[in-house]
Design a protein. Structure first.
Length: 189
C-alpha cells in the first residue's frame, strides 16, 4: 500500500512540475506556453553536476505579435526557491576554464531541440551571452531582441548551487522593460 501511495504522489507531483514543459529527450526541454518560447539542452550539465558552473544551451524566441528584449539580468535559474543570475563574462572567465570542453561535449550530444517549434526561428549566429574563448567573433551583448521569426541560441552558465541528479530547476526569462512578457522552463537534471 505504501508503494502505491508513493507512486501516486510521484505521479501527481511530477505532473504538476512538468505541466507546461515538454521533455524532448536526453535532457532537452521545451516550453512554448509563455510569450517567450524557450528550449534548453542540459545534457552536458546533467552529466557533469560536479562542476563549478552549470552549462546550458538555450534557444529563445517570441510568440507571433510579440517583441521581447532580453538582457543578462532577465535570465535566472531558480533552484530550491533561490534565484541565480548569469555571471559576468569576467567572473566566468576567471572562475571557469571548461567552456571550450563544454562546446566539444555539446557537439557530441544528439540534438533533440530540432525538430520542434524552435526550428521556426532564424537564429542570430553572432550573438551569445556566454561565448567560449574560441569564439572571438561572437558578441556577448547587453541584450537581444526576440520576435516571432528571430531568435537566439546562446550558451548560459550559472554557478552550480549544488544540483544533484534528479533535481529540478526552473529557467526564467523576461523582457527587460515588461516583466509580463516572459517564459519559463522546468529542467530535470
Amino acid at each position: 500500500m505504501k508503494k502505491l501511495i508513493l507512486f501516486l504522489m510521484v505521479l501527481v507531483f511530477g505532473t504538476v512540475g512538468f505541466s507546461k514543459t515538454r521533455h524532448l529527450g536526453n535532457y532537452s526541454y521545451i516550453d512554448t506556453d509563455g510569450a517567450i518560447n524557450i528550449a534548453v539542452n542540459a545534457a552536458v550539465a546533467a552529466k557533469n553536476l560536479n562542476r563549478k558552473y552549470i552549462p546550458l544551451i538555450a534557444y529563445m524566441g517570441a510568440d507571433v505579435g510579440t517583441m521581447a528584449t532580453v538582457e543578462r539580468k532577465s535570465i535566472v535559474l531558480e533552484y530550491k526557491g533561490k534565484e541565480y543570475h548569469l555571471p559576468t563574462m569576467k567572473e566566468l572567465r576567471q572562475n571557469y576554464n571548461r567552456d571550450v570542453m563544454d562546446m566539444t561535449l555539446f557537439a557530441n550530444e544528439i540534438e533533440h531541440i530540432f525538430p520542434s517549434e524552435m526550428s521556426n526561428y532564424r537564429y542570430q549566429p553572432w550573438i551569445d551571452f556566454c561565448p567560449a574563448r574560441t569564439e572571438p567573433r561572437k558578441l556577448a551583448p547587453g541584450d537581444v531582441t526576440l520576435s516571432s521569426s528571430t531568435g537566439v541560441k546562446t550558451k548560459l552558465y550559472f554557478k552550480n548551487p549544488g544540483i544533484k541528479k534528479g533535481d529540478i530547476a526552473i529557467l526564467r526569462v523576461h523582457d527587460k522593460k515588461n516583466p509580463d512578457i516572459r517564459g519559463e522552463l522546468t529542467i530535470q537534471f
